[in-house]
Design a protein around this ligand. Structure first.
Ligand code: IMP
Ligand code: MG
Length: 180
């Protein structure tokens, strides 16, 4: 889909992301130490890069599963109505669960996914979002862990897209339209 031409300004470098993931993984490691039943659940598609880097920093027996929920169309605004497009493959009843999200914005997606997964009766459920835009929150939901708080800017890269583009950038960048 063609767009107004835009450029991407680096907001968080690949190096900073890697350093932060190292810190976060130590906290996650401590929280789940001793467990043999951890399932790390990535929310498709935006978390695929983050979850790949995160699980490789964990020295725990982990299973990986994915769930696809969506509140966004192809635009820049949340529709606020969250739907599950693809459910988990495995059961999580009695398991420890870590839900991995790329970015929490209005909060509708993580809030809905959290409540939905709780109906499957996990033993424990924690949530992590790489990025947090607190200024945009509409529902009161706080992830257990946050990578970086960012201002209210539209970002791409490190798994995050703009109309399905730019997911492959190794850093997080801010979209700036050339005609603005
Ligand atoms: P929420 O339901 O408003 O919290 O939206 C969360 C979802 O919106 C994230 O999983 C992203 O897929 C998407 N999203 C939120 N902010 C951005 C952004 O700046 N760039 C790209 N996608 C975003
Ligand atoms: Mg998403």
């Amino acid at each position: 889909m063609p767009h107004r031409p835009y450029v991407i300004d680096t907001m968080i470098s690949a190096k900073s992301i890697a350093a932060r993931i190292e810190e976060l993984s130590r906290e996650i490691q401590t929280t789940f130490e001793g467990t043999d039943k951890l399932v790390v659940v990535g929310l498709l598609r935006g978390s695929f890069v983050f979850i790949a880097d995160l699980v490789r920093e964990l020295d725990l027996p982990v299973e990986v599963d994915f769930l696809e929920a969506s509140s966004y169309g192809d635009g820049m605004e949340s529709s606020r109505e969250v739907r599950i497009f693809k459910d988990l493959r495995g059961a999580i009843e009695g398991r420890d669960v870590l839900v991995v999200e790329d970015i929490i914005d209005t909060g509708h997606t993580l809030h809905h996914v959290h409540d939905y997964l709780m109906t499957k009766k996990p033993a424990r459920m924690k949530t992590i979002a790489l990025l947090d835009k607190p200024a945009r929150r509409e529902v009161d939901f706080k992830p257990t862990w946050i990578g970086f708080e960012i201002p209210d800017e539209f970002v791409v890269g490190y798994g995050i897209d703009f109309a399905q583009r730019n997911r492959n950038l190794p850093f997080v960048g801010k979209v700036r339209f050339k005609d603005e």
